[in-house]
Design a protein around this ligand. Structure first.
Ligand code: NAD
Ligand code: UDP
Length: 319
């Protein structure tokens, strides 16, 4: 296939490009570098199966030649208001990437009769009242809260994708991604994994927001990309949760990171703008992915962190 990947210079997009190329596909990466970096694609320079278009997906998209699949991953993704790369500080760009960017990428897929895959998120469940979250749950989202620019853009993106599927017969897929980590995460986007790893490797205390009783479930990037690739090849048009169901409190997670990195600086509890609207519990029900894609995560948290730490050490000049 000849595949367009938007958000290709980001954390997930760059790993997705690698997997698609490894499977023998041709890849066109698209990105405007608002939160991503050309460094994430530097290793693909000179690869005849890879090309890159610098472009903002909020504007009309033209791709020369035939396209067989469109994977729309372009969007700021960190909720952290303390980082300039957090979507709270890029609110209009985030809504445009989710709304106009989804419209434009659906348009490309329709023009080329290509299959389409949308990167959605566990955030569409908001601060969930059902636990764990199945794809049937409609969510609990504040339409004007601090996270709404991201949550509502992704909910609109899902609705538009289903409209193109139902009305135009477009061959669409929707992946609801739960917290994922690994090499090539931005060190300064404020998400919990880069924050904690950076702090631990620099022998600083880890900043736990609130009392740390909120939970998350962390998936290693290779597992996630495998689930997405299986979804792309499947005929599943309903949304599919992809994530690791192994749930941990943020406090336990901080303790694990301090133990693995031998950091004795401990933990500090911090009030943050983040605590407003911070989902209290998040854990995917992955029954649908198991049954329809034969997928489940294979990489444990300890193994995933061991694969991630060398990248952070290198970026921090500690390797
Ligand atoms: P990221 O910030 O590393 O990557 C996003 C990429 O999109 C960046 O390279 C950025 O420059 C690009 N981009 C943003 N707006 C753009 C625009 N208008 N035009 C062109 N490029 C644009 O984030 P990520 O973690 O890799 O997330 C990728 C996708 O996966 C996002 O859609 C995000 O919502 C979704 N997602 C990620 C996670 C996660 O845990 N990493 C969880 C749920 C959903
Ligand atoms: N968090 C934290 N300390 C940090 C960064 C994040 O305690 O330095 C918490 C945050 O409040 C949230 C969880 O870690 O409860 C996950 O945050 P992240 O930004 O990674 O993404 P989210 O899952 O909220 O979308």
């Amino acid at each position: 296939m000849r595949v367009l990947v938007t958000g290709a210079a980001g954390f997930l997009g760059s790993h997705l490009c690698d997997r698609l190329l490894a499977e023998g596909h041709q890849v066109i990466g698209m990105d405007n570098f608002i939160t991503g970096s050309p460094e994430n694609l530097a290793h693909l320079a000179g690869n005849p199966d890879f090309s890159f278009i610098r472009h903002d997906v909020s504007n009309f998209i033209f791709v020369p030649g035939k396209v067989d699949a469109v994977l729309h991953f372009a969007s700021p993704a960190s909720p952290n208001a303390d980082s300039p790369f957090g979507y709270v500080n890029l609110p209009i760009q985030t809504m445009k990437a989710g709304a106009l960017g989804t419209h434009n990428t659906l348009g490309v897929a329709r023009a080329h009769k290509a299959r389409f895959l949308l990167a959605s998120t566990s955030e569409i469940y908001g601060d969930p009242l059902e636990h764990p979250q199945t794809e049937k749950y409609w969510g609990h989202v504040d339409p004007i809260g601090i996270r709404s620019v991201y949550d509502e853009a992704k909910r609109f993106a899902e609705a538009l994708t289903m409209a193109y599927h139902r009305f135009h017969g477009l061959d669409t897929r929707i992946v609801r991604i739960f917290n994922t980590y690994g090499p090539r995460m931005r060190l300064d986007d404020g998400r919990v994994v880069p924050n904690f790893l950076k702090q631990a490797l620099c022998r600083e205390p880890l900043t736990v927001y609130g009392d740390g009783s909120q939970t998350r479930s962390f998936c290693y990037v290779d597992d996630l990309v495998d689930g997405i690739y299986r979804l792309l090849l499947s005929d599943q048009h309903e949304p599919v949760n992809i994530g690791n169901p192994s749930e941990t409190t943020i406090l336990q997670f901080a303790e694990t990171i301090n133990r693995i990195t031998n950091n004795s600086a401990g933990i500090v509890f911090k009030e943050s703008q983040r605590t407003e609207g911070d989902p209290q519990r998040r854990q995917p029900d992955i029954t649908r992915a198991r049954q329809t894609l034969g997928w489940e995560p294979r990489i444990s948290l300890e193994e995933g962190l061991a694969r991630t730490i060398p990248y952070f050490k290198q970026k921090l000049g500690l390797a």
